[in-house]
Design a protein around this ligand. Structure first.
Ligand code: FES
Length: 106
């Protein structure tokens, strides 16, 4: 199964991409050639995979883990209420149509 999401890149360009059910959001972004740094390799310890979900779809992205909350607190100058670590964001059907915005300079 898969859904479609819109990704707004660091230059403000938006593109619709496919997100497959066996991918995290980070894997989906990488598969679609977005150069998300992901320094820690998806282990919830660097925050370089930070992305913003649109407020309408944010609840469907599930609960943040404690590690994720801690990391987002460390970057609270840029993180918002709808921030997620893309490596910790699992696929969900209800995220169909979501907009994911990458932080400028990622
Ligand atoms: S890749 Fe490091 S926290 Fe997501």
């Amino acid at each position: 199964m898969s859904i479609n999401i819109t990704v707004v890149d660091e230059d403000g360009e938006s593109r619709e991409v496919e997100w497959r059910d066996n991918q995290t959001l980070l894997e989906c972004l990488h598969k679609n050639q977005y150069p998300v740094l992901a320094t820690c390799g998806g282990n919830a310890s660097c925050a370089t995979c930070h992305a913003f979900l649109d407020p309408e779809h944010f609840p469907a992205s599930g609960e943040r883990t404690e590690e994720e909350e801690d990391l987002l607190e460390m970057i609270d100058d840029v993180a918002t209420e709808t921030s997620r670590l893309s490596c910790q964001t699992e696929y969900h059907d209800e995220l169909d149509g979501a907009t994911v915005t990458l932080k400028p300079g990622m």
